[in-house]
Design a protein around this ligand. Structure first.
Ligand SMILES: [Zn+2]
Ligand SMILES: [Zn+2]
Length: 499
């Protein structure tokens, strides 16, 4: 079932509240249900709301609903998995942690709160429901974002859509080193005989992994000596894999990687864990430890960041749709500058942050809009920067239509004065350190990307831009400045030679 809370425009209720209501009706009707959310925070919030509502019916019902996600400690996860199988747990709200690999038996219903980014995920998640010969239910609840709304308005394209092809750059040293850890935990690795599988990066990676006490050289070959299972040491979602420990009065609550920690657990942030609210008192990037205390507040926090980007090497360049377009290696620096304190949509305050910058090298494609496109925007009395920013958001939102990726793992950067000739440039970069090969085909996808982005923004019924077209929930600049008309003009220009 495709369920669109926004079929007649933006209403009062959010996707998450609709999800909570649907989850409650399933649970109350004795359907054992699994609900997938896009973020750890939403999994926590939906659990809190569902429990609160359920408590009005019975405490037992409330206790049969729980959150589940990767940050939980293994014993907490095992307990939830057991209760699900035994049937005492009726509703579990999870990130994609439960999508693969864990045997839960089959459930009656699956709720997917927002398109998870790929058809592969949709099918994995929906497939969690369905006991042998009985009926089952899978519901996709749309968010007010461009991709979700695109599918809600084109259900045929959704149901007929093939799953994506996985793209992995097996030459990325970060990916090879993960493969090495997993491989050596199964069989000793021989430097000569196994070179055909891992390439010449063995020469630099093996000594590094030995020095890091993850591998040991034995007469039979290299073996894995790390603590814990090798597959757990390899992060699938992010390669910036340094781990922060979150500690509350000496007790370890969970772990986060550096990028997550900066985003969700900076000093002053309100952090949710297992439905409880915590205030971050201190983040020490050196140890790396985050200290929190339980708190009871009715506000949330949202970080703001600035992105800096430099081109390390241009690997290829062509003219696409009349614009000079490039593919190459870039160095990205993300600097968190502060955070907003919000109650609902009301901003209560703005606090500065000082965190070390997060720098990494990755792959990107970028293009230089033509001079006459700029002139067109300016002579229409519109703001070029606001148009570029809107185009950036629309492009990033529709990227998953064209390549297998998650919009949270794509970065985008534009500047009105960056191109080689001092003109504007728009960059789209791979959020994985080293790049995993998302944009090797950049030149082929660009024309389609511009065209779908143009149609999306032009056809959106809003007046000045909205979350279904040019607003972005992950904008580090608080969706400022944005101009829908300038965006439409620019995107039309980008498609110029195509339309
Ligand atoms: Zn709109
Ligand atoms: Zn933005």
């Amino acid at each position: 079932m495709l369920y669109n809370p926004f079929f007649d425009g933006l209403g009062e209720r959010s996707t998450h509240q609709e999800t909570k209501d649907l989850l409650l009706s399933c649970v109350k009707n004795d359907l054992q249900s699994l609900c997938f959310t896009g973020s750890r925070k939403m999994a926590e919030l939906i659990t809190v709301w569902a429990r609160e509502d359920a408590r009005r019916t019975s405490a037992r019902l409330a206790n049969s609903i729980s959150a589940y996600r990767t940050g939980f400690l293994p014993e907490e996860r095992r307990a939830i998995e057991r209760e699900l199988k035994e049937g005492t747990m009726k509703g579990v709200v999870s990130t994609n942690a439960l999508e693969l690999g864990i045997d839960l038996g089959s459930l009656d219903a699956v709720l997917i709160s927002g398109f998870p980014g790929t058809m592969i995920s949709v099918r994995q998640q929906a497939g969690r429901a369905g006991r042998r010969s009985t009926a089952s239910l899978a519901i996709l609840i749309a968010q007010a974002n461009p991709l979700d709304q695109y599918f809600m308005h084109h259900p045929d394209r959704f149901f007929k859509r093939a799953h994506e092809n996985a793209i992995v750059d097996v030459a990325n040293p970060y990916i090879v080193s993960g493969h090495l850890l997993c491989a050596t935990s199964e069989l000793p690795l021989r430097e000569d005989g196994d070179r055909e599988f891992f390439g010449d990066s063995l020469d630099s990676l093996l000594p590094e992994l030995v020095a890091g006490n993850l591998l040991r050289k034995t007469p039979r070959g290299f073996v894995y000596t790390g603590r814990g299972r090798a597959s757990e040491a390899v992060s699938l979602s992010s390669i910036l894999s340094e781990t922060f420990r979150i500690v509350c009065s000496g007790r370890l609550l969970e772990t986060l990687d550096r990028a997550q920690a900066y985003r969700e657990a900076h000093k002053g942030a309100i952090l949710l864990h297992e439905g409880e609210t915590y205030l971050v008192n201190e983040m020490d990037p050196e140890t790396p430890t985050i200290r929190v205390t339980p708190t009871d507040v009715d506000y949330s926090t949202q970080p703001l960041k600035e992105i800096h980007l430099t081109v390390v090497e241009t690997l290829d360049q062509r003219v696409v749709a009349g614009m000079r377009s490039f593919f190459g290696e870039v160095e990205v620096t993300e600097q968190y500058t502060g955070y907003k304190i919000k109650r609902g949509d009301t901003i209560l305050g703005l606090e500065p942050l000082s965190l070390p910058p997060l720098s990494f090298r990755t792959k990107a494609f970028w293009f230089n809009p033509q001079e006459h496109s700029e002139q067109k925007v300016e002579s229409a009395g519109l703001d070029l920067a606001a148009g570029l920013h809107g185009a950036e958001h629309a492009i990033i939102a529709l990227m998953p239509l064209h390549v297998l990726c998650d919009r949270w793992n794509i970065g985008v950067f534009s500047s009105p004065a960056f191109g080689e000739d001092g003109g504007p440039a728009v960059f789209v970069y791979d959020g994985y350190e080293g790049g995993i090969g998302l944009y090797e085909k950049a030149f082929e996808i660009l024309p389609d990307l511009f065209e779908t982005a143009y149609h999306l923004v032009r056809d959106c019924g809003c007046e000045k831009g909205c979350p279904s077209c040019i607003y972005s929930p992950k904008c580090g600049n608080d969706n400022q400045p944005l101009d829908k008309n300038a965006t439409i003009l620019l995107l039309a220009e980008f498609c110029g030679s195509l339309l």
